[in-house]
Ligand binder design. Sequence first.
Ligand SMILES: Cc1cc2nc3c(=O)[nH]c(=O)nc-3n(C[C@H](O)[C@H](O)[C@H](O)COP(=O)(O)OP(=O)(O)OC[C@H]3O[C@@H](n4cnc5c(N)ncnc54)[C@H](O)[C@@H]3O)c2cc1C
Length: 434
Amino acid sequence: MSDVAVVGAGLSGSLLACFLARRGHAVTVYERRSDPRTARVPVERGRSINLALSERGLDALRRLGLDEQVMAEALPMRGRMVHPVRGAPDFQQYSVDGTRAINSISRATLNSALVDAAASAPDVRLLFEHKLVGLDPLVFETPQGKVEASADVVLGADGAGSAVRGQLLGDGVLDESLDFLDYGYKELSIPPLGGDFALPPDALHIWPRGNAMMIALPNPDRSFTCTLFWPNGGTESFASLSSPAAIERHFRRHYPDVLPLMPTLVDDYQHNPVGRLGTVRCAPWVVDGRVGLIGDAAHAIVPFYGQGANCAFEDCVELDRCLSECGDDWTAALPLYESRRRANVEAIAEMALDNFVEMRDKVASPLFRVGKGVEHALERALPGRYVSRYELVSFTTTPYADVRRRVRRQHQAVGVAALLAAAAGLAGWRTWRR
Ligand SMILES: Cc1cc2nc3c(=O)[nH]c(=O)nc-3n(C[C@H](O)[C@H](O)[C@H](O)COP(=O)(O)OP(=O)(O)OC[C@H]3O[C@@H](n4cnc5c(N)ncnc54)[C@H](O)[C@@H]3O)c2cc1C
């Protein structure tokens, strides 16, 4: 068995350590931050991030017996609650029978649970305050100065700004492209109201506003974390809105129903940072059969399908599967992992970008609601044969690339059926007129 260095004890690094320990590898996890379970520094302001955890992530957790513990901290959201500027909110259930849910969980809570699991796995060492600064040899910056380390295999699970990827880029053995959106995100908060949730807690709330949107996910303390997804520049953007009066005026005009629920709006807006949103693509993910990238380090995506962490967890499951199939021969398993994941990751990256337009714009249109109604009717009429894209992505582990292919086929078939039905109707009408 091998000596494996995992760089990053975020979501994918700590989960991966658990999978590798179960296989009998000796794992050392190097993390640049301090231990999140005892962190002296609280999560950075405005970066709490709650995640929608869905079937792919749960499947990975189930394989390690961690699902029940994690789900005890999560809140199910059975649909989206769309808030128009005026009028009552509209609840759109995610699954055809209304029972399936995605689950709101704080990223910090999930991370701590996974770090805990890794810490109690056999032969896993967790070294915090170790920031990778060199790959060959492995060098980490620590509060005591630089330290060198060695490993048979190095896995970069160090997030979208991966230092491992940066080192491979610097060595000229990897290409990358970073596509940032002209949009950023900022967190706001809705505290409990009279000790209870200020909005229905079993939904992901969306305020679609054409070229901008806000979402809110529930927390166990009965608050909601809201996230604005707004253009960075131009009129009505993060850049153009800064004074307290302008902020309140903007919210009164575009988000009137939540303004009274946000007593800290101006303070949150003025002090919480604007995060960047983008897609990271790079190749290869594996170098010399001994260095590999996983999760956001290999393929960060925009968050509009709620799949970044779910997809990173699937990476861990696939790598574990490849190691099984290759008898833990890393030089065979790592390239196999890359070849199986690449098309799937490209598919979800594209679907996540498409979903931004759907969330910020289309969900508000009556036509979209009719379309969803038709889709659910088709799902009921053709159970298992017609399944919506949302359902396939969020409630199954069907590979993302297969989801994309299948949805295209379904749309073509429905298009053809609609044309045939229209043609039959027209023929009937002509016969009737004769
Ligand atoms: C606003 C927003 C909303 C999101 N919503 C969802 C959602 O609903 N559902 C979902 O599935 N995903 C969501 N995501 C995506 C999700 O957060 C990421 O996909 C996920 O965190 C990726 O996990 P990771 O382990 O690859 O990277 P990370 O979680 O970023 O972990 C990387 C770790 O590496 C460490 N590190 C970095 N550099 C070094 C270094 N040089 N040396 C040592 N350690 C280092 C970091 O400190 C960190 O602990 C969202 C993201 C954002 C920004």
